[in-house]
Ligand binder design. Structure first.
Ligand code: FAD
Length: 483
């Protein structure tokens, strides 16, 4: 067994871990960062950018919200079912953290919103190559990794941490395994846990959130996110918080059908559940959290987007909604896209000649479907949806075969919550006393959303990760001076 010694150990090198390591090194601490994977970044490699409130970018554009407004929006949205001081600490720091990231070499383009009623808090990262888009944040992770190394942080890859070591009530180190499977024991004055939740652990997903991965949820599974940090912290006495999936929605295996077809199947046409009933104002579709919630409330947690030949043709000239992520405005050749999916035996798209066949192939209740279609088509003729008040510009009747159905399920970016922390990111025990020497950040400790992701302030989870990581690094480096 090898033995190491340092001031602060950071468990994991994702968005929160790298931010924590740099902040701790800036605070004068010697830092070892142990990362399970063969590269750093974790889920932090996947996205487009973190939230920032009152950054120089939002000021330059005179974009709201201010810190006070953002706090109010956040707390109204969550009905105060969260730690208000932690929320305030995160939001208040977030603008400055954008400047801090810039000082480390990260570049941002203008802040963006995500859907019509959201605020422009999402600081899109300028990637090394090309325009902002999916995985632009990998550039940020790369810059943070290099910066951490420059500042003397020792980064140990393929070194999964397995256990926190406690002595006299304090956390004083970790037990890990190195690249070749040899045990490594490292002592330190403080440990920061940031292992990104349990998005890659179907058992934990089932146990703590109730979803069945691959049956009623098709969430991102970033390899290695198995809830290690939660387990270790709980074993060390940490209190548990509520845990949720960071819900979105979509069709399974997007890569099989490609983003163009997927976006075509997320336009505001008629959506029904297995009973054939409408259950949502389809106009809210760009709010992926709300749609994820509403689909998860339906029978078997699935729903079908339906459209006909006329609507299909309209989508070839232009979509109603354009996703900020993919920036796709139309589908050039729908038939080709659908044929490609069907050739690959894709199970969640249906092309049929009649409503009877639609019911038979999808399992949607036939009489329910017929009744809904008649009602919906009447609303389209009236130009008014008296059921859910969907905007009239999206009301298009379904009358002309062929008919198309796309089956949707809840999805998720990953899990949030698990380890109880305070606004200083100190981990609390079941008595809500701090466990000396133990800090947590990022998704492992992100229990501030109540039951629904606060997507109205986009960039929220990456924002929480970089900000709580930074707070943890600052506070841990202060703490070690007192022990
Ligand atoms: C497709 C996609 C797009 C996204 N886009 C955005 C976006 O634009 N804006 C936004 O706000 N959020 C976005 N998110 C969410 C955001 O990326 C995450 O919330 C954020 O990265 C969480 O940071 P974290 O540090 O907690 O976890 P991660 O960044 O996932 O890092 C966790 C790290 O822990 C490591 N690890 C696990 N177990 C151990 C162990 N035992 N020992 C050592 N290391 C371990 C993992 O290998 C990983 O590197 C997106 C997520 C996805 C999936």
């Amino acid at each position: 067994m090898s033995r190491l010694e340092t001031d602060i150990i950071v468990v994991a090198g994702g968005a929160a871990g790298l931010s924590a390591a740099i902040a701790a090194a800036q605070g004068g601490a010697r830092v070892i960062l142990m990362e399970k994977a063969s590269t750093t970044g974790g889920t932090g490699n996947m996205g487009m950018g973190p939230l920032g409130i009152e950054s120089r970018h939002t000021w330059a554009k005179q974009f709201s919200p201010t810190k006070d407004e953002a706090f109010e929006i956040f707390m109204d949205y969550t009905h105060w079912r969260c730690d208000a001081k932690l929320v305030r600490a995160f939001l208040n720091k977030s603008g400055d953290t954008i400047h801090w990231l810039e000082s480390l070499g990260v570049e941002f383009v203008e802040p963006a919103s995500y859907f019509p009623k959201a605020y422009p808090t999402w600081h899109l990262i300028k990637p090394e190559t090309g325009k902002p888009g999916p995985m632009a944040s990998a550039t940020m992770m790369k810059i943070l990794t290099e910066k951490a190394k420059e500042m003397g942080v020792k980064i140990m890859l393929q070194t999964p941490v397995q256990k926190l070591i406690k002595k006299d009530g304090r956390v004083v180190g970790v037990a890990a395994e190195d690249k070749v499977g040899e045990p490594v024991e490292t002592s330190a004055k403080a440990v920061i846990v940031a292992t990104g939740g349990f998005g890659d652990n179907p058992q934990m997903i089932k146990k703590f959130t109730g979803y069945d991965f691959g049956k009623d949820i098709y969430s991102f599974r970033i390899p290695g996110l198995e809830g290690d940090g939660l387990r270790m912290a709980w074993e060390a006495g940490a209190a548990r918080t509520e845990m949720h999936m960071e819900l979105i929605y979509g069709m399974p295996d997007v890569m099989t059908i490609g983003p163009e077809l997927h976006e075509a199947c997320r336009q505001p046409h008629l959506m029904v559940n297995l009973l054939g009933d409408r259950f949502v104002n389809e106009g809210i579709m760009p709010n992926t959290t709300f749609m994820g919630n509403s689909i998860s409330m339906q029978k078997d947690r699935c729903a079908f987007l339906l459209f006909d030949e006329n609507i299909k043709k309209q989508m070839e000239s232009g979509f109603d909604f354009m996703s900020v992520v993919f920036q796709i405005t139309r589908i050039a050749d729908f038939d080709k896209g659908i044929q490609n999916a069907l050739d690959q035996d894709y199970q969640h798209l249906f092309v049929v000649d009649s409503i009877e066949e639609l019911a038979e192939k999808t399992g949607i209740d036939r009489s329910g479907l017929k009744k809904t279609l008649a009602e919906y088509n009447r609303s389209c003729e009236k130009g008014y949806d008296d059921l859910f008040n969907k905007p009239h510009r999206y009301l298009r009747p379904l009358k002309t075969p062929k008919f198309y159905a796309a089956r949707h399920f809840p999805g998720a970016y990953g899990s949030v919550g698990g380890i109880k922390i305070n606004h200083r990111t100190e981990v609390l025990d079941k008595n809500w006393d701090e466990i000396p020497g133990l800090y947590a950040a990022g998704n492992d400790a992100c229990s501030i959303y109540g039951d629904s992701y606060v997507f109205v302030l986009p960039g929220n989870t990456m924002g929480f990760a970089v900000n709580t990581g930074r707070i943890a690094g600052e506070n841990a480096s202060e703490y070690i001076r007192s022990v």
